[in-house]
Design a protein around this ligand. Structure first.
Ligand code: NAD
Length: 355
């Protein structure tokens, strides 16, 4: 296959970790006979510095024309005092909207080799866990009616949770499709005992479940889900949930893995193209020092191979190489235990060796 990939390196550690992922993709290309063409575009603070805006038109056009997009991270103290619409982070919302990405896939996996980094009790962490949170990204309370008004006690503010059947159907399908590539189990999370929007959510998810008889589907209330994630995380395979519940639960799930530098994510729309990025930010405190853990971005590239290009063996090859590096006790500083660590480039080289 020949694939055109737009690279949005961004700010801080963004360029270092995206360069690592590019090396890994090139190695995969050599091994499996694929050609990846990479085109870099400006986004975030570096775009503000170069052309005066965080999301230039050329970047949007380049991403829309590409087969897939790999993003590092944006932002940093240099741009923190700019007005809201000129902030680097604004570019993230802009590019997701321009690409019409409504599904956010957030894996949270506890690697056996990193069990000691897990903040949960040893008897809970002992079996590890491998969860995929499918979060609806463009609907719900973050995008609903909002405003200020005079109420019984004077000034009040409100936000509205609203979901259409259409929005729930498409996110449910995304979750069932993802489950088919995993352990075929979906838990849909809502607050159907209180919220009308959750009752439509639950009903619609079960209607879509009938199209996927090979996948089991159950419901869980969001308050229980928050508890179950720390009590018994290994019960979860795929979680599907709304924008706000997914925002909160995916951060909770990332914390129980113990390490922010290991977690990939992707945002998908109707086309398979998608935007692939680590969940962490631009880490300005370690930028340019060869200290960043490149694994989250390398695993984001693996997700791209799996979801954008249906290259399962190639994705698995990267994931196995990461597993092997961790099993060998090789660590960047953020996941090192006994003070022994290597840099971004050296970690990338260790992963390349195992592909
Ligand atoms: P952060 O994720 O950048 O950093 C938090 C801590 O984790 C820091 O100590 C950092 O050194 C460490 N860290 C993060 N990624 C790491 C990696 N790969 N390897 C090793 N250590 C790593 O979060 P923050 O400090 O709150 O934000 C810094 C900047 O990033 C801000 O400008 C913020 O707005 C931006 N940000 C961007 C994104 C994005 O681009 N998607 C997401 C979150 C934050």
């Amino acid at each position: 296959m020949e694939m055109n990939i737009a690279l949005l390196k961004g700010d801080g550690i963004g360029p270092e970790i995206v360069d690592s992922a590019v090396c890994v993709l090139e190695k995969i290309g050599e091994k499996f006979g694929h050609k990846f063409n990479f085109t870099p575009y400006l986004i975030g603070g570096c775009a503000i510095d170069a052309v005066g805006e965080p999301l230039p038109k050329e970047t949007v056009e380049g991403c829309l024309a590409a087969d897939s997009v790999l993003l590092g991270a944006v932002g940093g103290p240099k741009w923190d005092t700019l007005p809201g619409n000129m902030r680097p982070e604004k570019a993230l919302l802009g590019i997701r909207a321009a690409m019409e990405l409504y599904t956010n896939l957030r894996p949270a996996k506890l690697y056996p080799a990193l069990k000691d980094d897990c903040p949960l009790r040893a008897d809970i962490a002992k079996d590890g866990f491998d969860i995929l949170i499918v979060r609806e990204l463009t609907g719900g309370i973050y995008f609903g009616d909002r405003g200020y008004r005079e109420g019984k006690y004077g000034e009040e503010a409100y936000d509205t949770e609203c979901y259409s059947r259409f929005e729930i159907e498409r996110i449910a399908r995304a979750a069932f499709e993802a489950a088919k590539l995993r352990r075929c189990n979906v838990i849909s999370i809502d607050k159907a005992n209180v919220l009308e929007s959750s009752r439509l959510w639950r009903k619609t998810v079960h209607e879509i479940a009938e199209e996927y008889p090979e996948v089991t589907c159950t419901d869980m209330l969001v308050d229980n889900a928050a508890m179950q994630l720390v009590k018994n995380p290994s019960q979860f395979d795929v979680i599907v949930t709304s924008n706000m519940f997914g925002d909160i639960l995916s951060d909770e799930a990332s914390q129980i893995t113990g390490s922010i530098g290991m977690l990939a994510s992707s945002s998908l729309g109707d086309t398979k193209r998608g935007l692939y990025e680590p969940i962490h930010g631009s880490a300005p405190d370690i930028a340019g020092q060869n200290k960043a853990n490149p694994i989250a971005t390398i695993l984001s590239a693996a997700m791209m191979l799996r979801y954008a290009f249906s290259l399962e063996a190639e994705a698995k090859c990267i994931e196995d190489a990461v597993d092997a590096v961790l099993e060998a006790g090789i660590r960047t500083a953020d996941i090192a235990k006994d003070g022994k660590s290597i840099g971004t480039k050296e970690m990338t080289a260790e992963i390349l060796k195992r592909i």
